[in-house]
Design a protein around this ligand. Sequence first.
Ligand code: ARG
Length: 420
Amino acid sequence: MKKVVLAYSGGLDTTVAVPWIREKYGMEVVTLTIDIGQPKDWEAVRQKALRCGAVKAVVRDAKELFVRSLVWPALQAGALYEGKYPLATALGRPLIAKLLVDVAREEGAEAVAHGCTGKGNDQVRIDLAVAILDPALKVIAPVREWKMTRDEEIKYAKEKGLDVGEGSSGTYSTDENVWGRSIECGPLEDPWVEPPADAFAWTKEVAAAPDRPAEVTIQFERGVPVALDGKRLDPVALVGALNTLAGGHGIGRIDHVENRLIGIKSRELYEAPAAVVLHEAHRELESLTLAKDQLRFKQIVAQQYADLIYNGLWFTAFHRDLRAFVLSTQEHVTGEVRLRLGKGRVTVLGRKSPVSLYDKKLATYDRGDQFDSSAALGFIYVHGLSARTQAAKQLQLGEGGAKDILLEGPGAPPAPTGGR
Ligand code: ARG
């Protein structure tokens, strides 16, 4: 019999998908469950897959691989989608696709399957990554194909004798991994509605956060966080520790009306305490260790990088090219950032680096100043040459002539009139 490898979370959709694929496609189903930091009993998930009719149920721990190979590059790039979303879900997808392809090869399967819907970003990310990694593999997306509502799914599951506790579905649709938690649906679908308290699981409400802030020092080597308060930690432990610490101080809640790849606007909440703290700290260290032009250009690259991740283009030559630039910029992003975490806020207290570009002898207004102020005259002469030339030839300055440029000209805010 032909085989398919199904990415299996243990939730309702992928559980129903096991018998559905078998029936509709006449294929044997091997499930692949990937641990990228969801808090789950993996053995229970495995057993559930087998009870639903999977011929084999594989579980892979990919947490370390996820952080090292996906999360750290995104952090180094400064990738925040639309300036806000640290991309936890989006980063998980290329890894899931890669492991689906690997296991499909190991099992001699001719197809892979996933539980994504037909209107989200995730289907694009997985389908596209699989098509790039192994064009011969067929992709089956049951939820996109069947026309069942949630209730119909539950009914179908009962007919098949599957154990899918009804209450398990919940108000929200969530997705999580070590880098963050994504929450949508239910009351959140009205963008005017304040997120209800029960939408959150990783972060304390600011009002309930402790009054006493915490302080933490994060050490980076080449743009990668390696230690907290001088204690070296493996990547998964480091992210986990920061999630707990910062989440406990109400840090990491993000409310985003985002532009999905397929053109729909959607309101999504994110909880990403470690990501928020690490992006802030990393940016801060870059301000000390990168030159102005590197920094400015890197901001452009960061936006491209975030779009590329969000849009499912991880396995592309364009990514390889951007990555080469980012990696090169990270060569000297080594040092420490000291932060205060409290009441929902991250405050940078200090930063240092053995290769800092900050030079007190140049910056100081005190004794010890080594900047040659007499050089400023020549600098201003040359710097302003073009502007002065144009002003003399084309702008009628003086005697009120420069109205177009100055504040009282057209386009300036109206002068205040007397109050009533
Ligand atoms: N909007 C996010 C993204 O496209 C998360 C999608 C999954 N969210 C969820 N609640 N199931 O990356």
